[in-house]
Ligand binder design. Structure first.
Ligand code: FAD
Length: 281
């Protein structure tokens, strides 16, 4: 199996914390398969409003014990400073040194935003309380955050997180490579010189993909939407098309300045491995 060729490249795989025993057994298998690619880290998502706090923590500790770095996601919305500090201290005790710092989204029905309003405040807090211990990753939106009123304001807000002390950026997924290259160029012109790692979403199921994309503001180009819709229930064709499109996207990104790739694995090894094995490093 091909592992990454260049140690300087940043490759990472994202998991969500399993909800059931069966899910945990599956994730263990997926983790082992992807660990063979020698990634920089595995990241583990954090449910809105802290709903997966303990499960995220358990998954992170398990990964760390198996010898690959784990980067927990940490969202600050609906949280208190005391709560966040406790989480950071627990991670620190387990040797965790990377974190993905996010605002998150307020779960429906939850009215109080808590003590943090935006991710830049969380980054600032982590730096203030833990110095340089954590390597902090933040989220970037080449296709603009869905709640942003305008692209420039969104970029200015993004820059606040970087200026607050972020070390790297992982982007929302996208299928328009030009959006990423434009964002990269904008970062360079604004003096942002930390790595901007593209987030990659393999395609295996189109109704789920359309739903997610509508929520998070990722554009599915019309030609892709129409092609996927045209396959109907033909899963084999959806998977083959997805592998082809996403492999070409990744190759184009890597050939033109992307410092690595972050795969949203959805706790499946196969779609990510299929893309990975098509890449020429
Ligand atoms: P922010 O950077 O705070 O931005 C949110 C919005 O507020 C933007 O519109 C921005 O323009 C605006 N804004 C930012 N700062 C300011 C400011 N100072 N003043 C005024 N406006 C401001 N969600 C989860 O619940 N759990 C996860 O584990 C998770 N992981 C993710 C991983 C990645 C790589 C990405 C890209 C997203 C992830 N998300 C996750 C989704 C994320 O929580 C949402 O996109 C959320 O809406 C924004 O989080 P953020 O950290 O980007 O917020």
């Amino acid at each position: 199996m091909m592992t990454k060729k260049n140690k300087a490249d940043l490759f990472s795989f994202e998991f969500y914390p399993p909800k059931t025993e069966e899910g945990a057994v599956n994730l263990e298998k997926v983790h082992q398969e992807l660990a063979q690619l020698n990634p920089d880290f595995f990241s583990v998502t954090f449910g809105a409003g802290g709903s997966t706090r303990d499960k995220t923590y358990d998954t992170v500790v398990k990964i760390q014990k198996n010898g690959v770095s784990a980067a927990p996601h940490l969202s600050c919305v609906a949280s208190t400073k005391e709560n966040i500090l406790e989480i950071l201290q627990n991670y620190r005790q387990h040797g965790v040194s990377k974190i993905v710092a996010l605002r998150g989204d307020l779960p429906s029905g939850m009215m109080s935003a808590g003590e943090f309003r935006y991710a830049n405040e969380l980054v600032e807090f982590i730096r203030k309380e833990t110095g340089d211990h954590f390597q902090i990753h933040v989220a970037g939106y080449p296709e603009i955050h869905p709640q942003a009123s305008c692209a420039q304001t969104d970029f200015d807000n993004f820059k606040r997180k970087v200026d607050a002390g972020a070390n790297a950026v992982i982007t929302q997924y996208f299928y328009n490579a030009e959006a990423y290259f434009y964002f990269l160029d904008k970062c360079e012109k604004s003096g942002i010189d930390i790595p901007i790692v593209p987030g990659i979403m393999p395609i295996t199921n189109y109704s789920q993909l359309f739903r997610f994309s509508d929520m998070c503001g990722a554009d599915i180009p019309r030609w892709m939407r129409k092609t996927l819709e045209g396959f109907g229930d033909d899963r084999e064709s959806i998977v083959a098309f997805g592998e082809d499109v996403v492999s070409k996207l990744c190759q184009e990104l890597l050939d033109n300045g992307a410092p690595g790739l972050h795969f949203y694995t959805m706790n499946q090894a196969k779609p990510t491995l299929a893309v990975w094995n098509n890449l020429k490093f």
